[in-house]
Design a binder for this molecule. Structure first.
Ligand SMILES: [Zn+2]
Length: 246
């Protein structure tokens, strides 16, 4: 948890990536600075949440290595889960931060990393859906204990014993979803500026993450792997071996 002295008097950070997840640069104003950290009025950086790792990049040339949320309020999602909204984004720099409150800055994210995260986030939704379909077909209910999405892999911890023979079935379904799903739409949920519903075809998932607009932007070979995780738990990974000739 970030020191309250940094963020407790700051307004919620405006999250610019919701308007355009493909934006790579933006200007912002410094609100608060402490040690390696700074808070701005708005940010183009994705803060770690929903299992998706934070963006990295630079602010006025200084390297940003992590972005974490602080504060905020709970918000009930339609699926019964609770998200935190209206958070303050605490940007962590590689070196002690030399910015001063009121200063205008230019932010630039590491686009290659962000785009890979967007690809894996979309694949994570396909894995989530395909696993739910498999469990339902086998008389089980899907429950999740956590997830993690990075630029090369996404994983879910499911609260079910999923047998090894399920992996090929789920992998084939994820691959089929990737090939056949239409362009995604993202719609804000009433009452919040930072939770949305992501839809692609019949799939509908409440989410505040960043995704590719169209599954066609994910080119490569999908692999699903499995390991048992605790009692009656299974961790499933989806990985993308990206085509390099395009
Ligand atoms: Zn999402």
């Amino acid at each position: 948890m970030m020191e309250a002295a940094l963020w407790s008097s700051c307004p919620p950070t405006e999250q610019l990536y919701h308007d355009d997840p493909y934006g790579t640069t933006a200007t912002a104003t410094v609100i608060s600075v402490r040690d390696h950290y700074a808070v701005f009025d708005r940010s183009i950086f994705y803060a770690e949440s929903g299992g998706q790792v934070a963006d990295q990049g630079t602010i006025d040339g200084a390297r940003v290595v992590d972005v974490q949320k602080a504060g905020g309020r709970p918000f009930q999602l339609p699926n019964g889960e609770v998200a935190t909204v209206e958070s303050v984004f605490c940007h962590r720099f590689a070196e002690p931060c030399t910015l001063t409150p009121g200063q205008q800055v230019t932010m630039e994210i590491d686009w290659d990393r962000r785009f890979r995260n967007m690809q894996m986030h979309t694949l994570a939704h396909f894995l989530f859906h395909a696993t739910g379909e498999y469990l339902q077909a086998n008389g089980q209910t899907r429950s999740t204990r956590g997830c993690h999405i990075s630029d090369s892999s996404a994983r879910f911890d499911f609260g079910s014993a999923i047998p090894s023979e399920a992996v090929a079935v789920i992998q084939a379904h994820v691959t089929e979803l990737l090939a056949s799903s239409p362009e995604a739409t993202v719609t804000a949920l009433p009452g919040t500026h930072d939770v949305f519903v992501w839809r692609s075809g019949a799939l509908e998932i409440p989410c505040g993450g960043t995704h590719v607009n169209h599954p066609k932007e994910i080119r490569g070979t999908v692999t699903v792997r499995r390991r048992t995780k605790g009692r009656n738990g299974t961790r499933l990974y989806v990985e993308l071996d990206r085509d390099t000739h395009i």
